[in-house]
Ligand binder design. Sequence first.
Ligand SMILES: [Zn+2]
Length: 182
Amino acid sequence: MTLLVPATHPSDVLSAYRDTPIASLLAYHNLRRRHRRHARAELLLALCLDQPGRLRVPDSFAFVLRTGGGNVKALDFHVSLAVALGGMRALALVGHDECGLVDLVRRRDAFVARLREHGGWLRGDAEDHFDRNAPLFEAGDVGELVLSEAARLRARYPRLLVAPLFYRIREDRLYQLVESSS
Ligand SMILES: [Zn+2]
């Protein structure tokens, strides 16, 4: 089970995120903190491909990576580049509601048909491509997916601050994702 912890006041920010780029992200977007120019980017921001709009952060503050579900499973080298060359110390993984990846595996026929029509793929290649990759990106529950991805990345990059977050489209707000004990 996942729990969404609001961040509508600075005191709502989880202690692990205080005085870090994650707290800045929450303040910039949710609290509309005034933008300042950052000397260098501090945060790697992993967003989903189909999350509408953009988060209210200064351009100089974050590197943005857009992937299916904000999932970087197949893209660890991009994370490594941001950490090793970009100097990032923090990564925000952002899932969102109304996500097109929910029940992805059930949308195989539509995926194959469109990849043939719009991408010019042969049916067998499109089916094979889907079957190899869709299970990695399937999001039965977006919150669970983001939490499990955060746990994997914390194990792989033990000194990187990894924050699982959730964006509610209609509210235009970010929440902090935590594992619920019940
Ligand atoms: Zn999405």
